[in-house]
Design a protein around this ligand. Structure first.
Ligand SMILES: CCCCCCCCCCCCCCCC(=O)SCCNC(=O)CCNC(=O)[C@H](O)C(C)(C)COP(=O)(O)OP(=O)(O)OC[C@H]1O[C@@H](n2cnc3c(N)ncnc32)[C@H](O)[C@@H]1OP(=O)(O)O
Length: 158
């Protein structure tokens, strides 16, 4: 039901097809996992088809190794009228152990759209815990910071 599933975790093994020339998993593979988890989380929250409007603050903290068990967690941290801001963390570790370390994190903004690609309203997410409120406030601060970056970036558009 829309407006009930706030987070989604995908779990799978990093496959040899994802390896880069240095023997670790490609950053691009991690970015695809992030997009898939963001889509799954946003589609479940909104009950609509969703598109990626923005991904930012991407930090590759540690490499993922082929054969690692990977967990990609996407979580709603703020909702606007038609957008859902998601905090995303990728964790990985040896599948024979329950221990996992943070490998990548970022923020993604997904927009719910109708069958013509027009943005449509999403259920509001209301933060409850102290940590939820902190994350929501941080998402709002990031939104304001992005307005300045967008203004600056316009100089680079032809
Ligand atoms: C081996 C192979 C296997 C393959 C297995 C494949 C499996 C596959 C499964 C599915 C995989 C995943 C599926 C992902 C889906 C895509 O990948 S979509 C592709 C990439 N994304 C796009 O092409 C989006 C292109 N952009 C657009 O269409 C338009 O800019 C948008 C996003 C609809 C926004 O349109 P707009 O006219 O700006 O609309 P507007 O009403 O002004 O804004 C709507 C909202 O977007 C927000 N927004 C707009 N632009 C931005 C921005 N740049 N930054 C932040 N927020 C923004 C606004 O703030 C607003 O938010 P609210 O205030 O309503 O909450």
């Amino acid at each position: 039901m829309p407006g009930t599933e706030r987070s989604l975790t995908m779990r799978f093994l990093a496959e040899p097809k994802d390896v880069n020339f240095g023997g670790k998993v490609h950053g691009g593979a991690a970015m695809k996992w992030i997009d898939l988890a963001a889509y799954g989380c946003a589609a479940a929250w909104s009950g609509k088809y969703c598109i990626t409007a923005y991904v930012g603050g991407m930090r590759f903290v540690q490499p993922v190794l082929v054969g690692n068990m990977v967990e990609v967690e996407a979580k709603v941290i703020y909702t606007g009228r038609t957008s859902m801001h998601l905090g995303i963390e990728v964790r990985a570790g040896d599948p024979t152990s329950s221990e996992k370390h943070l490998t990548t994190h970022c923020v993604a903004i997904m927009v719910a759209v109708d069958d013509k690609g027009k943005p449509v309203p999403v259920p509001e997410w209301v933060p409850v815990t102290e940590n939820d409120i902190f994350m929501r406030d941080s998402a709002i601060r990031l939104m304001r910071m992005r307005e300045k970056i967008t203004e600056e970036m316009s100089a680079h558009l032809s």
